[in-house]
Design a binder for this molecule. Structure first.
Ligand SMILES: [Zn+2]
Length: 420
């Protein structure tokens, strides 16, 4: 068996789970494949469930981490939005929590998109990254990176060589871990008594608000609300003392946590407000998610109808942005290369490969610019403004973008002056 199907919650181990969305069999969303590997490609069931006990939303299937992440193709620094975000993140953390000899540890450090700004600020920083190809990119930028998973063993090695951490960071990774208790134990052991654990994750409330079912795939095992995170941290005598909603990935949160007994930060009012808002929106009730499940099927049908009606009019439609979101939409809507002949992507890591499952080729955005199709289906709608600025020539020549969510629609052209 190359995956495990759970019947208990990943956080509290309760069996009181209610399944609310079944995608059927799906490929690994980030597993952009080489044409020669198509025959060996595997599909896995994908089922989403809500835990009645601790309120965590999760998928029930676990594909082993070495299958999911050893050859990961997602490189954070490819987008300037993310690069800017993390540069300002490093500056703000340094000012708020660090002094001249503090150690920062980031697990799931990707290509050093946050680590490098820390290094540039003169901060001692250690990264941990399991994907070998991605870890190398960070190392080449001059970051100190351990190519491994973050667990008690790695934490002990870091402590021996560098001491304990004043700040531990984890960004867009805290949802990607099958056994979340492993990094939690490592955090508790490596963090100084007054240290701070800061992480960014896609936010369940944002997922619900704009029906972002395209964030649900095998790599994203957990979909966190603050109330469920608070429960998880509480198991390790930790607490959330601050939270900030951020626009990254179409709706994330930055969560600040500390050890309950020794942490020195007062609990911000925003934490209590956000918890109250979650309750008001029904994040603690299964009905909310059962309704969401039904809505997802309607959204899928809406996009299929829009694409089919444009194709019937003889329009040519290509995909834009080969992300996990693209894999979900193309597979869930069954949009193969006969409908969407290719998907463009900036990342040279992904170009020349195929969209998992549906096998649409991934090409350079240059192809879109040269060929000028009628429509580009924008999977990377979370980088909407950046894309609109970059593709002004395509838009000026009459090219139009389609966004799949929150409602599938053709967006009105956005023009920027030459100076912008
Ligand atoms: Zn639970």
């Amino acid at each position: 068996m190359d995956y495990i199907s759970r019947d208990s919650c990943r956080i509290c181990f309760s069996k009181d789970l209610v399944s609310f969305l079944d995608f059927g069999k799906m490929p690994l969303a980030g597993g952009f494949i080489r044409p020669e590997d198509v025959s060996a490609e595997k599909l896995y069931p994908l089922t989403t469930a809500f835990c009645r006990h601790c309120k965590e939303v999760q998928i029930l299937e676990t594909v082993p981490a070495d299958v999911l992440f050893k050859d990961y193709r997602y490189v954070s620094s490819t987008t300037t939005t993310l690069s800017r975000h993390f540069a300002s993140y490093a500056k703000s953390m340094t000012e708020r929590f660090l002094n001249h000899d503090s150690l920062v540890v980031e697990f799931g450090c990707n290509d050093g998109v946050l680590l490098k700004p820390f290094v540039d600020l003169g901060v001692r920083a250690v990264g941990v990254e399991p994907a070998t190809n991605i870890a190398k990119l960070a190392q080449r930028k001059g970051c100190f990176v351990i190519n491994d998973f973050f667990n008690l063993n790695t934490a002990a090695n870091i402590q021996r060589q560098h001491g304990r951490a004043s700040l531990i960071c984890a960004n867009n990774v805290f949802a990607h871990i099958g056994d979340i208790h492993e990094p939690m134990k490592a955090i508790v052991s490596l963090l100084e008594p007054q240290g701070v654990f800061v992480f960014e994750v896609h936010y369940l409330l944002s997922l619900l608000e704009s029906c972002q079912f395209d964030m649900i795939y095998h790599e994203h095992m957990l979909h966190h609300s603050l109330m469920a995170l608070s429960y998880l941290l509480g198991l390790y005598e930790m607490e959330i003392f601050d939270v900030k909603r951020i626009s990254i990935h179409a709706g994330s949160i930055r969560v600040y946590a500390q050890k309950k007994a020794t942490g020195r930060h007062p609990i911000a009012g925003d934490v209590l407000l956000a918890m109250a808002q979650e309750q008001q929106r029904g994040l603690d009730r299964e009905e909310t998610f059962l309704t969401f499940g039904k809505e997802v099927y309607q959204k899928r049908d809406g996009l299929v109808q829009l694409i089919d009606s444009l194709l019937q009019k003889g329009k040519r439609i290509v995909g834009y942005g080969a992300s996990g979101r693209a894999t979900v939409h193309l597979n869930f809507c069954k949009l193969g290369a006969e409908k969407i002949p290719y998907v463009t992507d900036e990342s040279s890591e992904r170009r020349g490969r195929l969209i998992p499952g549906m096998h649409n080729p991934i090409v350079s955005p240059e192809q879109l610019r040269q060929e000028q199709p009628d429509f580009a289906l924008l999977f990377a709608y979370n980088f909407f403004e950046e894309v609109m600025k970059k593709e002004q020539a395509f838009i000026r020549k009459g090219g139009r973008f389609i966004v799949p969510l929150p409602e599938s629609r053709v967006v009105d052209p956005v023009f920027f002056s030459e100076a912008a």
